[in-house]
Design a protein around this ligand. Structure first.
Ligand code: FCB
Length: 479
């Protein structure tokens, strides 16, 4: 696999050349622990809330779980070799809290051994490690104590962050605290389609605030250490457009509950007034205490934005509601507590296998808005920490011809380049995902990887999109 670059196919002649991005721009790929590792009980690991959620009948499509996943835990060297063959500058992965602290509190050194091997393997191959401390796999023991809805979790998280840094801080120079707190809080506690599967808007709001507070508390703690790592957070963000001008307030309401609920406390030190107002029926009394917002709005060294698609909303129902397609047979609730009378539309014609619209211009708009409204003022650089598409890929004679994904990547890289040309400080792009993997409530049916995984044999096959991405990276490096 090391001669991959020699065997690269020509760039897709029908697609325009890859965009020019600044020197030093970071090209990476992303994964998360529960989605790829497997090794569910290996070396002392305990159940996370996702292990438990997957056992609920009907919770995950096909009854799938991350118990084996891509068996990355036992195939680390092969996967490192694949990353190296692709020429990645950086690898964004997450650390499983229940591996490191099976009961949520007590250190399990064996669990950290794995991440030490991963980090050392990356550094040997000159791939920059980009670890995330929380990508949704809370130890079940902490859920049993109230999980994210309970304020006590904040200290637990900061102890866990410090324990990781004790062991790896001499080699890891940067941490992302949380991945997509909106998903973990609102899909997990209001919609109930993610672990822990609750449908309680007040819990969702409390979980969101406690994740932000855990972020801020861990930032303060890690920043004070001799290792002095760079610290950031990743949010899932979208562009929310009104179907017609009359629907502008609907768009603002959804934008508030998805984007500004997290952006405003982080960058402005306050929850937005209109969001507080809209969520007031569910907002827990005494949730936000003196000093919380100072911690939450502490300086960030970088900001991570995950972008997949835009949303179009209106006060009138769509002709055919094809946007809500539950993965499972559990009845979902809305993740937006204040959304009565608001409808979601699919307007653009091009969709991925999940039915998500392909909307690269939304990424350029999002990056400009982030810069204008939040990051530029504070001089915070932005990284696109996730962007990708699921397609129904199959291996044919040793190849995976995923031309749609090649176009998807190029179009989104062009959107990033346009934002950079417009003055936005974007310093990197991570494709989601390195490997096909366990796509949460959708199970294994949705393949996002630039590397195909045969779940029967665990054989990896670099898709055409992976070969293409490797070539984009190599050419960027050469110029
Ligand atoms: C993001 C998640 C990631 C993956 C992609 C498709 O919301 O961060 O784990 O599921 O979506």
């Amino acid at each position: 696999m090391t001669d991959l670059h020699d065997g690269l196919p020509p760039l897709n002649p029908t697609s325009p050349p890859p965009p020019r991005l600044p020197r030093g721009f970071v090209f990476g790929a992303a994964t998360s622990a529960y989605q790829i590792e497997g090794g569910a009980n290996a070396d002392g690991k305990s159940d996370s809330i996702w292990d438990v959620f997957c056992r609920l009948p009907g919770a995950v499509a096909g009854g799938d779980s991350g118990e084996v996943a891509c068996d990355h835990y036992h195939r680390l060297d092969d996967d490192l070799a694949t990353m190296s063959a692709l020429g990645l500058d950086a690898y964004r992965f997450s650390i499983a809290w229940p591996r490191v602290m099976p009961d949520g509190r007590t250190l399990n050194p064996n669990g950290l051994d794995f991440y030490e091997r991963l980090v050392d393997g990356l550094l040997e191959r000159e791939i920059d490690p980009w670890p995330t401390l929380y990508h949704w796999d809370l130890p079940q023991t902490l859920q049993d104590e109230g999980g994210w809805a309970d304020r006590g979790i904040v200290e637990r998280f900061s102890d866990y962050a410090a324990a990781v840094d004790d062991r790896l801080g001499d080699r890891i120079h940067r941490y992302t605290t949380f991945n997509e707190p909106w998903v973990a809080a609102f899909l997990g506690h209001a919609a109930g389609v993610h672990a822990p599967g609750h449908q309680n808007p007040s819990e969702a709001i409390a979980a969101g605030h406690h994740m932000l507070l855990a972020h801020g508390t861990a930032v303060a703690r890690l920043r004070a250490r001799a290792t002095a790592p760079e610290l950031g957070i990743t949010l899932n963000l979208s562009v929310i457009d009104p179907l017609t001008p009359v629907d502008e307030p609907a768009a603002r309401l959804i934008d508030g509950q998805m984007n500004r609920f997290f952006l405003d406390p982080l960058f402005n030190g306050a929850y937005p007034e209109d969001v507080r107002e809209a969520l007031s029926p569910w907002w827990p009394d005494g949730l936000v205490r003196a000093g919380d917002l100072d911690l939450i709005s502490a300086r960030l060294d970088f900001f991570g934005a995950n972008y997949y698609r835009g949303e179009v909303v209106s006060f009138t129902p769509p002709d055919a509601d094809d946007t809500i397609r539950p993965a499972t047979d559990r009845p979902p609730a809305t993740p937006y507590p204040a959304s009565r009378g608001i409808h979601f539309h699919t307007v653009l014609p091009e969709r991925t296998a999940l039915g998500w619209v392909v909307q690269p211009e939304g990424l350029e708009r999002l990056l400009r808005r982030l810069s204008d409204d939040y990051t530029a003022r504070r001089g915070t650089p932005i990284y696109v920490t996730e962007n990708g598409a699921a397609y129904h890929d199959g291996v044919v004679a040793g190849r995976v011809h995923d031309a749609a994904r090649v176009r998807f990547i190029d179009a989104h890289l062009r959107a990033v380049a346009a934002a950079v040309d417009g003055g936005v400080d974007v310093r990197g792009y991570f494709y989601w995902s390195l490997l096909d993997n366990f796509e949460w409530d959708w199970g294994y049916g949705q393949r996002f990887g630039i590397v195909h995984v045969d779940y029967e044999t665990q054989k990896r096959t670099i898709k055409d999109s992976g070969l293409h991405y490797a070539r984009v990276i190599a050419e960027h490096r050469a110029t």
